[in-house]
Design a protein around this ligand. Structure first.
Ligand code: ARG
Length: 457
């Protein structure tokens, strides 16, 4: 493409280090779409004769059909998807193909293609998150009143409901979706027409190409247009945050599936066995989600470090922007699908959860709250009295509500028979009806609101 200036061709090493076609062929659909928008505009503006523009557009359609049928050929000499397509176009329609690259550069071309690709990846992540939310809401609705221990420091803290626990992940997924939506809104400006870096002297219509490609409008600074990769970083940041959430959910399933917990039976379809231990059913999908989250964060780090020292405008380092984004997007899609399947098909062992909630004095706070409410004792003092009761129960190896009333009264005479009603795990969760609390009635409200937000009946 630049033979005019060069006396010799590239060395084998140059060819290999320079080739991005092995990975950027993934951009072929975007590249064809952007070229069609560009040549349509060139024709409309009279920069290229309308009949030539039509010939080029038809040729691009033919190249696309070939790619669709046979895949994109990988010729390192053609470096990237842009030159691969242009060269095939020239083979099909002859020298008129050379008019396509009028008033553009690969710099604005790749910036445009990549934005289009990332925009699709955002839409795919949003669809995956919506599916996860639907699964969470369905299971939360089933288990709005199923009691389990809530933890802090992974120590039994207070009883909660499983529905409440699952809805916590619904909220995280909602924020993830809004992060992707923010990224999409911010990136949806078209760099095409910035040309190499300075703009062009041809009378192009940037608004027209932007609209043809579904952008909100053109970018406003040509140097920024070809050197900005914020949009890819925004995507990777949103993907990383989403992956961290999925990893935490995966970690919970892993813990819950362990024998001492036994809170869940994971679906066989998302588990594996052991080649030596016949009894094993391992939570591999969840472990890989946890593992993949690390790789996704690695992709973010990789691109941040690629970009951190680059002067304006385009530098070839930026060719390395695509592999981490492609990798992260592939991993994220898998992770979302795996966790959606796990949420949908896991069998929750509510009997085991309920029994575990009885352990660990999970209703101690309810005793303290009862003392505050019924005996008007300041909370700090109530906390102290309750601590003594827990100590006594622990020394006798019984639950709080199994302590005889006389022994409780020996700790504090203001305790009476009514306290026992407050000490059950059911009473404990039912009491927590503050906005966003774990009371089944409140969880049902949140589930109903979520179903409305998701457009479910
Ligand atoms: N293959 C290149 C990339 O992906 C396309 C842009 C090349 N531009 C250039 N001036 N060498 O970044």
């Amino acid at each position: 493409m630049w033979g005019g200036r060069f006396a010799e061709g590239p060395s084998a090493i140059m060819r290999e280090i320079n080739a991005s076609i092995p990975f950027d062929k993934a951009l072929w659909r975007q590249d064809i779409a952007a070229s069609k928008a560009h040549v349509g505009m060139l024709g409309a503006q009279g920069i290229v004769a309308p009949e030539d523009a039509a010939t080029i557009a038809a040729g691009l359609d033919q190249v696309a059909a070939e790619y669709e049928a046979n895949g994109v050929p990988e010729d390192w000499d053609l470096e990237d998807i842009h030159m691969t397509t242009e060269s095939r176009l020239a083979a099909l329609i002859g020298p008129v193909a050379g008019r396509l690259h009028t008033a553009r550069s690969r710099n604005d071309q790749v910036a445009t293609d990549f934005r289009l690709w990332v925009r699709d990846a955002i839409d795919q992540a949003d669809a995956g998150l919506a599916a996860l939310q639907r699964a969470l809401v369905d299971r939360a609705g089933e288990h709005a009143a199923s009691i389990m221990p809530g933890f802090t420091h992974l120590q039994t803290a207070q009883p909660v409901t499983l529905g409440h626990h699952l809805m916590a992940y619904y909220e995280m997924a909602a924020r993830d979706r809004s992060r992707f939506a923010d990224a999409r809104a911010r990136m949806n400006r078209c760099p095409l027409g910035a040309a190499a870096l300075a703009g062009t002297g041809f009378p192009i219509d940037r608004q027209a190409t932007a609209v043809a490609l579904g952008f909100d409008g053109p970018t406003d600074n040509s140097l920024d247009s070809v050197s900005d990769r914020d949009f890819a970083l925004d995507y990777l940041m949103a993907a990383s945050q989403c992956a961290l959430h999925l990893s935490r959910l995966a970690e919970e399933f892993i813990i819950w599936a362990s024998q001492p917990f036994g809170f869940v039976r994971l679906p066989d379809s998302l588990s594996t066995g052991s080649s030596i231990m016949p009894q094993k059913k391992n939570p591999d999908a969840a472990e890989l989600v946890r593992g993949h989250a690390g790789r996704i964060v690695g992709c973010l780090t990789a691109l941040m470090i690629t970009m951190k020292g680059l002067p304006l405008a385009y530098s070839k380092d930026m060719q390395d922007d695509k592999p981490p984004v492609f990798e992260a997007a592939g991993l994220l899609t898998l992770c979302l699908a795996a966790m959606t399947g796990m949420v949908a098909a896991t069998q929750f062992r509510t009997d085991r959860m309920r029994a575990a909630a009885e352990l660990g004095y999970a209703t101690a706070t309810d005793l303290a709250d009862w003392l505050v409410r019924q005996a008007n004792i300041p909370f700090r003092e109530a906390h102290h009295i309750t601590g003594a009761a827990v100590k006594l129960a622990e020394s006798k190896g019984v639950a709080l509500d199994q302590l005889p009333l006389e022994e409780l009264q020996a700790i504090d005479a203001r305790i009476d028979q009514r306290v026992f009603a407050a000490l059950s795990v059911e009473a404990s969760v039912a009491a927590r009806a503050s906005h966003g609390g774990t009371a089944p009635a409140e969880v049902e409200k949140r589930v109903a609101a979520a179903r409305t937000a998701l457009g479910l009946g």
